[in-house]
Design a binder for this molecule. Structure first.
Ligand code: UDP
Length: 455
């Protein structure tokens, strides 16, 4: 019998591609044959950001599924088009791709299982049609899936409308007594949409996927039981395999600036503030200036990821003279090798937007957090960090809605002096590491999953 051949179909956003590719690399290391099929615009972007020859280096075969999106265009600018393509254009092309692979003369080549993101429910429809087993990967906290699956109940209780999920009664939701309260204002379909039409499109996709997740044969996520203890009883069939470790090769939307690692080598141990806001957050000019001046005021060394699209309008990012004034201890880069940065001994803390992957990566290495959440799951993730796990602190906005430079300076100083938070971060790291050690719960789940993939 040949090697099992797994087809990965990631959802085209950085925070989704990264963890699923880490999983793919881990499975390659265990001898699985892997093909990754990305929507074409994402495929082109990933390949362009990877410096070395793609196939030679990775033993992962990358293919593109036509998606009708212009290369170089961010899919989030045109989600309606993407979601349309996910229903009509892409299923057809994915089926063709699978058929082509399966009809090759090499018996080793037949696809034995498809692993896709929960957001890609259409892939399970293709898998079922072709009698191939399907795995759903959930890329955020377990509690976010529990909330999404709660949509019918939210409608029944009159909290949201059934048409487009508009909140009719703003309130705090308690999914269980130990889950921090979450605000209806942060419901994903409301806060990610830029228009009423887009909100309806996103909401309909979530509702569709709530049905289609039942077509999956296996459900996995990047978390671990102790992190969200009571939540897994709300989604009992979900198996946490985290925290994920693995290679981020072929998963980067921007080329990594590796020179920051030798810069980190020159900084004192546990001194550098790592500042990064993931792949989607956007700042206005006034707020970015306050952040720059707050970092300057802190007097600490800092490494700051300033994505080319981090600022809303304008390229003139920093306050006058800022770069010259901080040149000896501040470094700004477009995109970091985040995992390598976080594990570097000179890192003192992580100033983060609280995206789920960033949290998992930070807590796995025991760094404390300065929390600057924006939308979607980030405010709830922040509540876990500050109030449940107690491994970080947050910022307060002033009356004008700005986080001031003084607030930034004060919180940096406070966090770096807080031995209790640093101790908690190290304890949580130990729990995380135990999960992925030989007898750990995540390791056992992973082992069972691997056996299932081999059947
Ligand atoms: N990331 C990176 N380099 C950077 C910033 C982020 O490699 O300079 C990676 C980070 O390691 C994480 C992903 O991008 O895996 C961002 O995912 P997250 O869930 O934290 O945030 P999102 O982008 O989804 O808001």
């Amino acid at each position: 019998m040949g090697r099992p051949h797994l087809l990965f179909v990631p959802y085209p956003a950085q925070g989704h591609v990264m963890p699923i590719m880490e999983l793919a690399h881990n499975l390659v290391d265990l001898g699985f044959k892997i093909t990754v099929a990305n929507p074409e615009s994402t495929h082109n972007r990933l390949v362009a950001s990877t410096s070395n020859n793609v196939d030679e280096e990775d033993h992962i075969h990358m293919v593109a599924i036509p998606d009708g999106i212009e290369t170089g265009k961010d899919i989030h600018e045109d989600v309606e088009k993407l979601y349309d393509a996910m229903e009509i254009l892409m299923p057809r092309h994915l089926e063709d791709q699978i058929r082509k692979i399966n009809e090759s003369n090499n018996s080793d080549d037949r696809i034995t299982c498809i692993i896709t993101d929960e957001h890609m429910g259409w892939v399970f429809v293709v898998a079922k049609k072709m009698s191939i087993r399907g795995v759903a990967f959930w890329p955020a906290s377990a509690v976010q899936l529990a909330l999404k699956l709660r949509i019918p109940k939210l409608i029944e209780d009159g909290i949201i409308t059934s048409e487009d999920g508009t909140v009719t009664k703003h309130q705090l939701i308690h999914l269980s007594p130990t889950v921090p309260a979450m605000s209806t204002a942060h419901f994903m379909w409301q806060c990610m949409a830029t228009s009423a039409f887009q909100q309806k499109t996103i909401f309909e996709l979530l509702v569709r996927n709530n049905r289609r997740i039942n077509l999956a044969d296996y459900l996995i996520c990047n978390s671990f039981y102790e992190l969200e203890p009571t939540t897994f009883s709300l989604v009992p069939n979900m198996k946490p395999l985290g925290p994920f470790f693995g290679s981020g090769r072929l998963a980067q939307f921007w080329p990594e600036d590796l020179t920051c690692l030798s810069w980190l080598d020159q900084q004192p141990p546990r001194s550098v503030i790592y500042v990064a806001f993931g792949s989607l957050t956007v700042f206005d000019k006034r707020q970015i200036e306050e952040l720059a001046l707050g970092l300057e005021l802190s007097g600490q060394p800092f490494l700051w990821v300033v994505r080319p699209d981090l600022i809303d309008g304008g390229t003139d990012v920093f306050p006058d003279g800022f770069e010259a004034r901080v040149a000896s201890r501040g470094r700004m880069i477009c995109w970091a090798p985040q995992r390598e940065v976080l594990v570097h001994p000179s890192i003192a803390c992580f100033l983060s937007h609280c995206g789920w992957n960033s949290i998992m990566e930070g807590l796995s290495v025991g760094v404390p957090f300065l929390c600057w959440p924006f939308f979607y799951d980030q405010p709830l993730n922040k509540a876990y960090i500050c109030d449940v796990w107690k491994i970080g602190i947050g910022f307060n906005q002033d009356e004008s809605g700005i986080i001031s430079r003084e607030e930034i300076q004060t919180k940096i100083v406070a966090l770096l002096a807080n031995a209790e938070i640093k101790g908690n971060a190290l304890k949580l790291k130990e729990i995380a590491m135990k999960n992925v050690s030989r007898e750990g719960a995540s390791s056992k789940n992973f082992e069972e999953f691997v056996q299932w993939l081999k059947i």
